[in-house]
Ligand binder design. Structure first.
Ligand code: CA
Length: 244
């Protein structure tokens, strides 16, 4: 079954070009031309990924992103104009997983879409039934893609979750922004360091400042939460806890 992509973009020429290109790549594409219909389409169409313009009539992309992500986390690729920088940072904070600045090439768009879908798929395939405990308060259910802090579920976007698992699986090791971009985001060109910083910020806001520490001049590493810095991996079922 082909993957479904929802394009929310009010500029018809851009929307049509994106839709045509994605259809030629085998995706099932729907287009909405304003914010409210984007939200309505997302509920009906249940897309695997949403391409979302930031500046939309009716309701801006930030609000659309919030509403789309409200019940269920769907990867969101945000489209912005060059001067939308402040909004962009907010956009990443409300749950967009990635962004592209207009104008962009269709080739790059397709590459980003495929990287995002691969990432979400790869994590669910490789994750076996197991949970990772960080300190006393944090529990990551890798299979169910859920995180609890002090027993309460904390809502993370797919990218925030992947980033957290990446750190949790490599205790004591420092990751550069370039490594994170290539391993978590699937990019090879090393661009987008600000995307990493923004996602680390939201993880800290949601899970506590100590969850990830900054290693100045290098990158980030798992924080030393509580009094037990070493994560323990426990199988939930009979599934083996290690993966290759
Ligand atoms: Ca627009």
């Amino acid at each position: 079954m082909s993957r479904r992509i929802l394009v929310v973009e009010d500029e018809a020429l851009i929307a049509d070009a994106i839709a045509a290109r994605l259809r030629s790549e085998g995706f099932d594409v729907n287009v909405a031309q304003d914010g409210p219909s984007g939200v309505a389409f997302a509920q009906r169409f249940e897309p695997d990924l949403v391409i979302l313009d930031l500046m939309l009539p009716g309701m801006d992309g930030l609000e659309v992103c919030r509403r789309i992500q409200h019940d269920k986390h769907v990867p969101v690729l945000m489209l912005t104009a060059r001067d939308d920088e402040t909004d962009l940072v907010v956009g990443l904070a409300v749950g967009a997983d990635d962004y592209m600045t207009k104008p962009f090439s269709m080739r790059e768009l397709v590459a980003r879409v495929q990287a995002l879908l691969r990432r979400v798929g790869a994590v669910s395939e490789r994750s076996q039934a197991r949970s990772i405990h960080l300190g006393h308060s944090l529990e990551i259910d890798v299979d169910g893609r859920r995180v609890r802090r002090d027993g309460e579920i904390v809502h993370l976007t797919p990218t925030e979750f992947d980033l957290l698992v990446f750190f949790a699986e490599r205790p004591g090791r420092v990751a550069t922004r370039e490594l994170l971009l290539s391993e978590v985001w699937g990019y090879s060109d090393g661009s987008g360091a600000r995307t990493v910083d923004s996602h680390v910020r939201t993880l800290r806001r949601k899970l506590g400042d100590d969850v990830i520490r900054t290693v100045h001049g290098v990158g980030y590493a798992l924080g030393e939460a509580d009094d037990s810095p070493t994560p323990t991996t426990a199988p939930i079922s009979d599934a083996p806890s290690e993966r290759t």
